[in-house]
Write a protein that binds this ligand. Sequence first.
Ligand code: CA
Length: 296
Amino acid sequence: MQPELILDARADLGEGPAWDASRGLLYWVDIHTGRLHTFDPSEEIDRWVHVGESLGCLAPRPVSLQTPGISLVIALNRGFMTFNLPSERMVFLANPEPHLTRNRFNDGKCDPAGRFLAGTMDDAEKEASGSLYSYSPDGTLKTLLTGVRISNGLTWSPDYQTFYYIDTPTRQVTAFDYDLGTGNIANPRPVVNVPPKLGWPDGMTSDAEGMLWVAMWGGAKLTRWNPATGQLLEAIPVPAMNVTSCVFGGPDLTDLYITSARKRMSAEQLAKYPLSGGLFRIRTKMRGMPTFEFGA
Ligand code: CA
């Protein structure tokens, strides 16, 4: 399994890949520049728009007659909004952190019941001021976790009864019991410990076998782990120093799309990893966890 470069995007902080199965599109974000990208694999064309401020993450919304074109939910400093393309129309949903000005939104995605989960972090990466939120389509906003330093990867087990979560500086993947009916989490326990030589655990997804795919910031790798044993199953080199996140996409959900970043890299590091900030793809033989839609 070798990653191929599909877009030499040179993103500052490419993140948050999400696969829209009904439209056959890959969305991803460049967080600090506030760029929302739409990559069409059938034409290999990437388009982007500015959302006006830092953009943490997004999730697709179902196709409907009321919202022709692309419809998303996005997490901005101003809170959660719906966002449509090509109109670029935004509608406010909720703001979990009107009181915190030094935080920004980071990784997020929808759960299998259509709730939007998104985390925050201190943009200066100093304080444990981050939280993880869950926003239901009915308007209910819950705080799932507080005291988080860098809220990052999240995914579920194939039976949706376990939620996996990464607060990057812990170097761990933590599992929780997940109640799909209420969206509540309980019983945290570490299931993966990442050795420093691999890098920092960042974004995450899972596959049909229940294994975890974790992007390694600073490690130029994508890794696959067994959460039942904590065992590292695979470490796949990616030609980008900071590998940020991954998602399964394509018609069979077997194409693994990978984002990366080039922020804060030295000239020497950029010379070693010139493709940093690019978008990559691995054609796997495994079926992955779908990207769930908001309100689905
Ligand atoms: Ca991340």
